[in-house]
Design a protein around this ligand. Structure first.
Ligand SMILES: C[S@@+](CC[C@H](N)C(=O)[O-])C[C@H]1O[C@@H](n2cnc3c(N)ncnc32)[C@H](O)[C@@H]1O
Length: 223
């Protein structure tokens, strides 16, 4: 059961009772998504490019996606977005959270109308955006495609340790292109070592409110 819960910046999140965790930071869902994934990830990785491919781990409510779609549309960057989700929310739940307030109506409508279809196959939402949400676990996900940017947005290591094992981090990193970027809200010694072991150079950046630091890593060696 998921319960809609307000966060400190006024935006809502979901509380997942089974896992015992929120989908976003209690200090602000919207500000965390913008800080970690849009500002430190998408703006950095898409600078000077006309197209970008993003692989997200954990589609959830789609907040990271709609903000990415809006950013890319405003900046004329073609967005190819794939987001793995093991337990998709229903369209009705996503509509109740209230994120339609944060993006233009055209962006929201094309997302919500294509959500169910994107769980089955890639959908073309606009001339500048394709979306696919493979209904799968990260461990079972395979792809011949490589991506420019990974948003690693799993539940925390305290609540889902299997999503932060060296093996699963290495599996996720294998989908990134050489020179690609990996961002996540979390940063631990174990995570830094796991990412470095896959040929990445790591950066510690200031975290979103409520977290001192976050991780950005660049795939500098190709394996
Ligand atoms: C922190 S939430 C993601 C929030 C999301 N990015 C958003 O903007 O709402 C973690 C997500 O990972 C999903 N998840 C849990 N286990 C997973 C697995 N093994 N593989 C892929 N996704 C998983 C959960 O269902 C949940 O939607």
């Amino acid at each position: 059961m998921n319960i809609i819960t307000p966060t400190a910046d006024g935006s809502n999140t979901l509380y997942n009772e089974a896992i015992g965790e929120h989908y976003h930071s209690k200090h602000g869902a919207l500000q965390e998504s913008k800080h970690v994934f849009i500002d430190a990830g998408l703006k950095f990785s898409s600078a000077g490019k006309s197209e970008i491919s993003v692989l997200e781990i954990g589609f959830g409510t789609g907040l990271n996606f709609i903000l990415s779609y809006e950013y890319c549309t405003e900046n004329s960057v073609k967005l190819d977005y794939t987001s793995i989700e093991a337990f998709p929310l229903t369209k009705e739940v996503i509509e109740q959270i209230g994120y339609q307030a944060y993006v233009p109506k055209k962006i929201w409508t094309s997302f919500i109308e294509n959500y169910d279809g994107a769980l089955k196959a890639e959908q073309n939402l606009s001339p500048l955006c394709d979306l696919e949400i493979p209904h799968n676990t990260l461990a079972e996900f395979t792809s011949t495609k490589k991506f420019d940017l990974i948003y690693y947005d799993a539940f925390s290591v305290q609540h889902q340790p299997e999503m932060w094992s060296d093996e699963i981090i290495s599996h996720a990193c294998s989908f990134l292109k050489p020179g690609g970027t990996f961002v996540t809200y979390a940063i631990t010694g174990k995570l830094k070592r796991a990412v470095k072991a896959n040929g990445f150079t790591i950066e510690k950046l200031p975290g979103a409110p409520g977290k001192r630091e976050m991780l950005r890593a660049i795939k500098t060696e190709y394996r």
